[in-house]
Ligand binder design. Structure first.
Ligand SMILES: Cc1ncc(C[n+]2csc(CCOP(=O)(O)OP(=O)(O)O)c2C)c(N)n1
Ligand SMILES: [Mg+2]
Length: 351
């Protein structure tokens, strides 16, 4: 009896999944030379900005937590180049500097926030993990692992409720993918066909635990299956593959077909945060990824193929370094917030 029931259920669910319409297989994006250059410029800005943030942290100018995005630049660049600024929304966890720069937020105000200055985007009171800009459609910056998935579902609900045509990009890590609230959000998002793209940035580690040690199903793109959310695995070190997948996902979501899950296979070169000695992996492992799949180096080769000259990239490198140095100078010379600021932007009594 029990056996027959199991067989019937298995057959029924098998049929349902195979009958589910799926997004088309993404194709690598065909970028013009100008687009390739713009991708490279943004990825280089993120990398140099993060290197500078690492230096300022080392000098004691950045306090608290600081999680760098080095190695993962192709993910935000590919995805955010495909969305419509001012219409769509972006939300992520604490590894958020790259997402902000890719939203077009001024590096000066991001660096000023990292260093706790009044001119910072959260008036110097949020630091690395707590930045926000409604103007740029950037909704944080969240320290609670997985919270951005539920909040992202809320943002998507708002897009649908207001019928504003917007889509939410909710980024989270491989570690966060094992959190309970992620699945409650998946359920509601599919049930209500919310306009949201769940982006798992699988950088292979959650703090010090590798994805294979922590996850019974380590093919994370399958994680939405029992909620009938289609998933696509993407080479997150290849900006054109990311952009291609972004186009596919956006077409699906904008057509009102509900959420899509994108698993971005990527890698972080630095420790989990600045205070991580990274004893759980070998230097050789990191070196090997840098040599074989660095997203900037890969794009550089495509730029050369498109006829860009090494000298042009040198000019760009110089300009980016200048911009990043200016952001550090701006931050260092900006005043700290006034003591009275301790009493503003906090919840008191009525709540
Ligand atoms: C609810 C909650 N649990 C635990 C932590 C501590 N914590 C901070 S980051 C992290 C690992 C998350 O890894 P992953 O989702 O893979 O993101 P990554 O750091 O690799 O970008 C943990 C457990 C937290 N901040 N919030
Ligand atoms: Mg991770």
């Amino acid at each position: 009896m029990a056996k027959a029931a199991t067989k019937k259920n298995a057959a029924a669910s098998g049929n349902q999944i195979s009958n589910r319409e799926r997004p088309a297989d993404p194709k690598p994006y065909k970028a013009s030379k100008e687009e390739l250059l713009a991708f490279y410029e943004e990825m280089l800005l993120i990398r140099r900005f993060e290197e500078k943030a690492g230096q300022l942290y080392g000098l004691g100018l950045i306090g608290g937590f600081c999680h760098l995005y080095i190695g993962q630049e192709a993910v935000v660049t590919g995805l955010q180049s495909a969305i419509s600024p001012g219409k769509d929304s972006v939300i992520t966890g604490y590894r958020d500097h790259g997402h902000m720069l890719a939203c077009g937020i001024d590096p000066n105000v991001v660096m000023a926030e990292l260093t706790g200055r009044e001119a910072g985007i959260s008036r110097g009171k949020g630091g690395s993990m707590h930045m926000f800009s409604v103007e740029h459609g950037f909704y944080g910056g969240h320290g609670i692992v997985g919270a951005q998935v539920s909040l992202g579902a809320g943002l998507a609900f708002a897009h649908k409720y207001k019928d504003d045509g917007g889509v939410c990009l909710s980024y989270f890590g491989d570690g966060a993918a094992n959190q309970g609230q992620v699945y409650e959000s998946f359920n509601m998002a599919e049930l209500w066909k919310l306009p949201i793209i769940f982006v798992i940035e699988n950088n292979q580690y959650a703090m010090g635990t590798s994805v294979n040690r922590a996850s019974s199903e380590d093919q994370l793109y399958k994680r939405g299956e029992s909620f009938r959310i289609p998933g696509i695995q993407v080479d997150g070190m290849d900006v054109l593959a990311v952009r291609g997948a972004a186009e596919t996902a956006l077409d699906w979501v904008r057509a009102g077909k509900g959420p899509v899950l994108l698993e971005m296979k990527t890698y972080r070169y630095r420790g989990h945060s600045m205070s991580d000695p990274a004893k759980y992996r070998s230097r050789e492992e990191v070196q090997s990824v840098r040599e074989k799949s660095d997203p900037l180096e890969r794009l550089k080769a495509q730029l050369f193929e498109a006829g860009v000259k090494e000298d042009d990239l040198k000019v760009m490198e110089k300009e980016i370094r200048k911009r990043v140095n200016e952001s550090a100078d701006f931050a260092e010379t900006s005043p700290e917030p006034d003591v009275a600021e301790l009493y503003t932007d906090i919840l008191v009594e009525q709540y």
